[in-house]
Design a protein around this ligand. Structure first.
Ligand code: PHE
Ligand code: NA
Length: 442
């Protein structure tokens, strides 16, 4: 029984859903910090180069495979290259999306718990103790993780157009308004000069530091949700008259703008209260609550708005992760979207329980890392770059030059020659370097 493939309702629906996937925790808790630590404007330039030479071409390649094959991340390769092992790229992508969602759901749950906390008065006292007490307990974080996963499952259950597309059409405008309001407020707190100095200081010596290039390339991949079949799956619901180049450009520009504005929320507030920059969970769940408390009454509202923003950003990324697996297993198991979404969603949630418990309630470690950190490192350092590398090689080395240009909508552009050179040589070499050094560091 072959079901008719679902389609996006409009070009903007596709773009907003793709943005929903791209805009996430990486923008809020990583980008600006990386900029501040990595030489300010110097890092920004290296990052923009990484996006242009790596992020943009790889996104276009994933888009073109999806649109051309009209199939899920594994079947796409089998359809375009029967009887060859290229489908492994898709398999690694599905595996990565599956594993990443298991712990992403845990962090989404933390965010919902904090949203609820600010709805009912905010977090006072020692925020660090509150955080470790919460994530280290057994039942409560799992309950919040399940609520977050239930929302994710609910949206994907409804379908591409009425679930993912419609929710993105609501979430992305709301997100944009919330970041702008929060940044405007934060800029009034008195730490602006220091924040701009931290984020944009031109430290040109950064160009000589090889680590910065790696950070920038890694960030370009993570922030654009590349290497896990998401862009491929989303573009498989696309009809051919949508121009991929402009869609990719819009997503990339807005993702970067979103990251910079997020920095303008966090750093002015941080410096206004004399706190130190940090990244990751510690920044969002420990440092920011101190600021919200110091702001007094209005801090509860600011905190609430921030955690709504954070939860929505996480949710729109989570649905894209789930859709990769759902799309794959619908075909594999030959079952309906609804049945598959429930089954796969529940299995991923149960796997996530291990990540949740590994945060203090139980000793669950692999190779010395907590279960959550292990899955994070394994996917980020190994699966994603490997899947991206094979995907790029598949297109650049097995498709004819004219086919590459046609299916990426780059033929006839002034930069088509540069594009071919990039996908054949620059991108594979850069990804290979990221992969090798990622494995060595990890
Ligand atoms: N692109 C998201 C971000 O910047 C992260 C993400 C990774 C989302 C993988 C989905 C899948 O935060
Ligand atoms: Na992002």
């Amino acid at each position: 029984m072959e079901q008719k493939r679902e389609q996006w309702g409009s070009r903007w629906g596709f773009i907003l859903a793709t943005m929903g996937s791209a805009v996430g925790l990486g923008n809020i808790w990583r980008f600006s910090y990386a900029m501040g630590e990595g030489g300010g404007s110097a890092f920004l330039i290296i990052y923009l180069l990484s996006v242009l030479l790596l992020g943009f071409p790889v996104m276009l390649i994933e888009f073109s495979i999806g649109r051309r094959s009209q199939a899920d991340a594994v079947q796409a390769f089998k359809k375009l290259a029967p009887k060859s092992p290229w489908f492994i790229a898709g398999g690694l992508g599905v595996l990565a999306a599956f594993l990443i969602l298991s712990f992403y759901g845990v962090i989404g749950g933390w965010s919902l718990r904090y949203t609820f906390e600010y709805l009912t008065g905010g977090i006072t006292g020692d925020s660090s103790e509150f955080f470790s007490g919460f994530i280290g307990s057994t039942v409560s974080p799992i309950v919040w993780q399940f609520i977050f996963m239930a929302l994710t499952i609910g949206i994907v259950f409804i379908g591409v157009q009425k679930g993912i597309e419609l929710s993105s059409k609501w979430m992305m405008p709301i997100l944009s308004v919330l970041v702008i309001i929060l940044a405007a407020y934060s800029l009034t707190l008195g730490g602006t000069a220091e924040a701009l100095d931290f984020m944009f200081k031109p430290e040109w010596s950064a160009f000589a530091d090889p680590n910065i290039y790696l950070t920038a390339m890694g960030q370009a991949f993570f922030t654009l949700s590349l290497g896990m079949g998401i862009m491929l799956t989303y573009s498989s619901y696309l009809n051919p008259d949508v121009r991929l180049t402009s869609a990719a450009a819009i997503v990339i520009v807005l993702d970067t703008v979103f990251a910079i504005i997020s920095g303008l929320i966090i750093f002015p507030a941080l410096f206004a209260f004399g706190l130190d920059p940090a990244e990751g969970a510690g920044l969002v769940f420990i440092v920011l609550p101190n600021i919200f408390e110091a702001l007094g009454g209005i801090g509860t509202i600011v905190g609430l708005v921030f955690f709504i923003l954070f939860s929505l950003a996480a949710l729109s990324s989570a649905i894209s992760l789930l859709e990769v697996s759902v799309s794959y297993f619908m075909r594999r198991l030959n079952m309906s979207r609804r049945a598959v979404t429930l089954i796969v969603g529940v299995v991923i949630s149960l796997l996530g329980v291990l990540s949740s418990l590994s945060q203090g309630a139980m000793e669950i470690t692999i190779m010395g890392d907590s279960f959550l950190d292990f899955i994070d490192g394994f996917t980020g350092n190994l699966l994603l770059p490997l899947s991206a590398l094979i995907t790029v090689l598949f297109v650049s080395w097995t498709w004819k030059k004219e086919d590459i240009l046609t299916h990426t909508d780059t033929s006839g552009t002034a930069w088509s020659g540069l594009f071919i050179f990039t996908v054949k040589f620059i991108a594979p070499i850069a990804i290979l370097v990221v992969l090798i050094i990622g494995i060595l560091n990890w």
